[in-house]
Design a protein around this ligand. Structure first.
Ligand code: SF4
Length: 1012
């Protein structure tokens, strides 16, 4: 993928024609900088006794250069040919000469998440390591940790120590920096004491070694001889310092870069740094003026963009290629993603461009990665993600594996984790099989997690499905033991050896070595195994629980990774703009070119404003600097294609203007793109198009007939597999065997509101939502119970600690919502402590499960708390929702009525005394200094009134009467799209005449669609 493309630049200087001494090669995109450096590396490696070190900015670029050099290895006589990153070079120095640094043992490099965790740990330390003063309320927030963790790295990259930072704080009147300086001193001291080193510190310490030990510097210089530096415009001050030390020690330095292409400003790279540092080294400048990649419109676009900013160091000339530049605007992200996937597919099919020579660059990966990946999969376009585009622990196979460990260590999370595990490669079920299993669980009247524990023969699903469920259950049982007894890497090894899914994966890789998906999974598992090995190296005896603790505390769960074999696959590269640095392709689509995304001009400023470390700009100069940096990012995206670059954009929720940079290069994407080339791509699309024509009554009969005839000739078309052709289904198993229904009060409450919703959720098992509200409610119930039973001390600190230990921000869809619930939880605990705890401590029972017979049916449930009063018992149910029911609603509540009946009929409850009141209790609302509550009180002959209300419901559900209710509360119903009471569900259950075989009422009837 790299710009060198494996070819020597035909018109550039040869490596042996470069001037002696230090040299800086300056040139724009595609001018052959990397090619020239690689040629120089190859020449040096061919000469006996001549050493060379090739250093570049990213692992991806280092791997690409190494692969190209190794491809020429038969002609190279000696020397190492591997290229490294600055971090790898520094790590080699530091770990080999740790005895010269103030370490007591072996230094242990910190990964990104570990560094974040350490900062968080220091911030939460009691007593605090720094008196944060006015910032104190922010210190416990994750955003503060995020900012401080990157701020300390920013200081290290810029060689700014605590004293220097404090001086700057005083001279620039930035009090927050004074506090950060105190923290930095403490942080660095902690690293030193614990023999730890973070990523930026590694480069700093390598510089310290070379500076303080002339003999080591001399030996390093003798070994490396010539230092070849690629992407030199991205160097930060700590890296420049290494270069200057090596050059000062006698090494020859050849740097290549494009000052106008510096995009790593957040790391401390500035456009002016390379020329200035080159001048300090006395380097002679070699301009590379010809672009071997860009021509015609492509080169013109880059020139126009660069004309709006500072002058480029070297003006580019065309090198004989022709690059087309286009733009298209779409109504929404789905259309944009679909159009670009079609474009790539057509370019491959019609123009013969290999997928490996194409790339999609995402201006906003968060917004577009999902739609684009789905569109590529829909159109069968193979793709690969680049380094940094996905973190290792976000790889699906690794994520599933971690879920397996999480579930083994915390069975209480079964509701949340088990369904996705069952449909993962480890479980091997497809969604339909999972639904069947859910339904079997519903019929057995038990949660899914309990149901999978049943003997294999009783799982209620087809034998092959049952055996896969049993295999996962057995694996889970063994993982429970391994995860708590073995070190993390050995635990993984046992799973690797015993999980049938992994044996199948290896077999698939052997049978289909070019299968990109399989190769990526194996690469990810290998990388994960290595990560665990490194983790355990630094913490002997660390178990999987320790590992999960570390990664779950961090906001970002792992470092980016580079699948070792992905670059060789013939697949479209899906990258962020930043990760495309150094890349060259034939066709590039730059997606998401919207104002706000590219350029992105609004950044959160934060407390410490790390950007001010490079100069205290005023607001106007700062805005200009941000825009210039974004323009350089756009130039980077616009200059990756040899033949064609297409910029696309789309509105989000009706908003979004195309990027201003498109106008700067003379494109007008304001008009929305039409349907594009309608040629069907593949049999699926073709049959879909033909079926639409055949089913369209507005079309001429001849056209429809032609469509049907063509359809019949398409290979693989089998109308019997089209869903509308299926006949009515009749389940031979009645829902209530022998007319006896087993249900719970909440389910029968749903039935009372709407029979059809009960059918969808409780009979078919479609409602698998485990909402964050439910998780939060469960947590609050647990904390209240612990406190009332005295298992948690009833002081605010202990209550909050119990809450904190169980609160998981990952339940919530966003940090903002998690924060809101955190605050709600804290407020509830406060109110509990002051107004509820005393009464609760005198409660008779908590979490009482009941079971009772009602007219031959079984009704089960659980009551949160039972209090005693002078004349009987009070039954309570906590509701953690913010809105409270009215007194009238409580009076009519079926749930409370069932509680009453249960208190009379369940032997345990009946022994506690007569029920005199049933309450719905709202911890989120205060009333008279305690939890708000509304209640129901039994009147005379209340039991028979409740029975009169309940029995018809039980009988109706047992008789499978499942009509939708016109009076239902549909506001939060998940089934509107398949409910005939709503327009969107009309097609699903359109009125039909059931066939004679439709045996029972309530069976869901498929409708004849508009298809042929
Ligand atoms: S949308 Fe309303 S009527 Fe339809 S199933 Fe849901 S609650 Fe019942």
């Amino acid at each position: 993928m790299n710009g060198a493309g494996g070819q020597a630049a035909p018109h550039g200087p040869r490596p042996d024609a470069l001037p002696d001494g230090n040299v800086v090669l300056l040139g724009g995109p595609g001018s052959g900088k990397t090619t020239l450096l690689e040629a120089a590396m190859h020449d040096l490696a061919s000469r006996p006794g001549a050493g060379a070190l090739f250093v570049t900015s990213s692992r991806q670029a280092a791997v690409a250069s190494t692969e190209r050099l190794l491809a020429r290895v038969e002609r190279a006589a000696g020397g190492g040919l591997s290229c490294v990153t600055w971090h790898a070079f520094a790590r080699g120095l530091v770990t080999s000469h740790a005895d010269l640094l103030p370490y007591r043992g072996e230094p242990r490099p910190l990964s990104g998440p570990e560094q974040w965790s350490l900062v968080r740990e220091l911030l939460l330390q009691e007593p605090p390591v720094v008196d944060w003063g006015d910032l104190e309320p922010l210190v416990r927030t994750r955003a503060f940790t995020d900012e401080l963790a990157s701020f300390v790295l920013a200081c290290e990259r810029r060689l700014i120590g605590p004293e220097d930072l404090e001086e700057r704080a005083l001279s620039l009147s930035r009090p927050a920096w004074r506090l950060a300086a105190a923290f930095l001193a403490h942080y660095l001291g902690h690293l030193a004491l614990a023999d730890l080193v973070d990523q930026a510190g590694m480069v700093v310490q390598a510089g310290d070694l070379l500076e303080d030990h002339p003999d080591l510097l001399a030996a390093t210089v003798a070994q490396v001889g010539t230092v070849l530096v690629d992407e030199a415009q991205e160097l930060d001050p700590a890296q420049f310092r290494l270069i200057e030390l090596l050059a000062g020690g006698g090494a020859r330095v050849v740097m290549a870069g494009d000052p106008a292409g510096a995009t790593d400003a957040f790391r401390g790279a500035t456009p002016s740094a390379l020329p200035e540092r080159a001048a300090r080294l006395g380097a002679r400048t070699v301009p590379l003026e010809r672009s071997h990649r860009l021509g015609a419109m492509g080169l013109d676009a880059v020139r126009r963009l660069q004309a709006s900013g500072p002058d480029p160091a070297v003006a580019l000339r065309a090198g004989g290629t022709t690059t087309r530049v286009e733009a298209a605007h779409f109504p929404g992200p789905a259309e944009e993603a679909d159009a670009l996937a079609r474009l790539l597919r057509l370019a491959h099919r019609h123009d013969g461009i290999p997928y490996g020579r194409m790339a999609v660059l995402l201006a906003s990966p968060r917004r577009l990665a999902g739609p684009v990946r789905r569109a590529l999969e829909r159109h069968a376009v193979p793709y690969r993600l680049g380094a940094g585009e996905r973190q290792l622990l976000h790889e699906p196979i690794v994520r599933h594996l971690l879920d397996l460990f999480r579930l083994a260590l915390d069975p209480g999370r079964a509701d949340e984790l088990l369904p996705s595990l069952l449909t993962s490669p480890l479980g091997g079920l497809d969604p339909r099989e999972l639904r069947a299993l859910r339904r079997a669980a519903v019929l057995a009247d038990q949660p899914l997690a309990e149901h999978v524990e049943a003997p294999t023969a009783d799982l209620g699903v087809e034998p092959p499905v049952a055996s896969r469920v049993a295999a996962l259950r057995d694996l889970l049982g063994r993982v429970t033991r391994w995860a708590s007894e073995l070190e993390a890497d050995r635990c993984f090894w046992e799973v690797w050896c015993h999980a049938p899914a992994f044996a199948a994966l290896v077999a698939r890789a052997e049978a289909h070595p070019a299968d990109a998906g399989v190769v990526r999974q194996l690469d990810a598992l290998t990388a994960f195994s290595r990560t665990l090995g490194l983790f355990v190296d630094g913490r002997p005896t660390a178990t999987m629980r320790t590992y999960l603790d570390v990664v779950e505390r961090a906001d970002f769960v792992s470092d980016p990774w580079l699948p070792s074999s992905s670059a060789r696959l013939d697949a479209v590269a899906l990258l962020s703009v930043h990760a495309a640095k150094g890349g060259e392709f034939d066709l590039v689509v730059v997606a998401g070119c919207l104002e706000g995304a590219l350029p992105r001009t609004a950044w959160p400023e934060g407390v410490f404003e790390a950007w001010r470390l490079d100069g205290d700009l005023g607001p106007v100069a700062r805005a200009r600097a941000v825009l210039d940096a974004e323009r350089r990012r756009f130039v980077l995206a616009a200059s990756r294609a040899r033949d064609r670059v297409v910029f696309t954009s789309s509105r989000t929720e009706g908003r979004g203007e195309p990027s201003r940079f498109l106008a700067e290069i003379g494109l007008d994407p304001s008009a929305e793109a039409g349907g594009g080339d309608p040629t069907p791509l593949g049999a699926l699309e073709a049959t879909g198009a033909l079926r639409r024509v055949a089913a369209d009554p507005a079309r001429p009969a001849a056209e429809r007939l032609a469509a049907v005839t063509t359809l019949a000739a398409v290979p693989g078309v089998d109308p019997s597999t089209w869903w509308w052709r299926r006949d009515w289904t009749v389940d031979p198993e009645p829902i209530a065997p022998e007319g006896r229904l087993r249900t719970s009060y909440s389910r029968i409450g749903t039935y009372e509101d709407c029979h059809l919703r009960y059918f969808f959720s409780s009979v078919v098992g479609l409602d698998d939502r485990t909402s964050y509200q439910m998780a939060f409610g469960k947590l609050m119930h647990t904390v209240f119970e612990l406190a009332a039973k005295g298992e948690t001390a009833d002081d605010p600190g202990s209550l909050k600690a119990a809450f904190r230990a169980r609160f998981d921000p990952a339940w919530f869809p966003s940090r903002a919502i998690a924060h809101q619930y955190w605050r709600d939880g804290m407020a509830m605990l406060e109110l509990w402590h002051h107004g509820e705890a005393e009464t609760a401590r005198q409660a008779l029972r908590f979490e009482v499960a009941f079971e009772m017979e009602v007219a031959g049916h079984l009704v089960r449930g659980r009551i949160d708390r039972v209090d005693r009063t002078d004349d009987g018992i009070v039954l309570l149910d906590y509701k953690t929702a913010r809105s409270t029911a009215t007194e009238e609603e409580a009076r009519r509540s079926l749930q409370l009525a069932i509680y009453y009946l249960a208190a009379l009929r369940d032997p345990e409850l009946a022994g506690l005394g007569p029920p005199v009141e049933m309450q719905l209790v709202y911890p989120a609302q205060a009333r008279a200094g305690r939890f708000a509550r509304v209640s129901q009180r039994p009147g005379p002959d209340y039991a028979s009134a409740v029975e009169q209300r309940l029995v018809p419901l039980l009988e109706g559900a047992a008789a499978e009467a499942f009509d939708p209710s016109p009076h239902a509360d549909c506001r939060f119903c998940a089934f509107k799209t398949i409910c005939p009471m709503w327009p969107q569900g009309e097609d699903f259950l359109a009125p039909v005449q059931p066939s004679a075989t439709a045996a029972r009422p309530g069976a869901v009837q498929p409708a004849p669609g508009g298809e042929p």
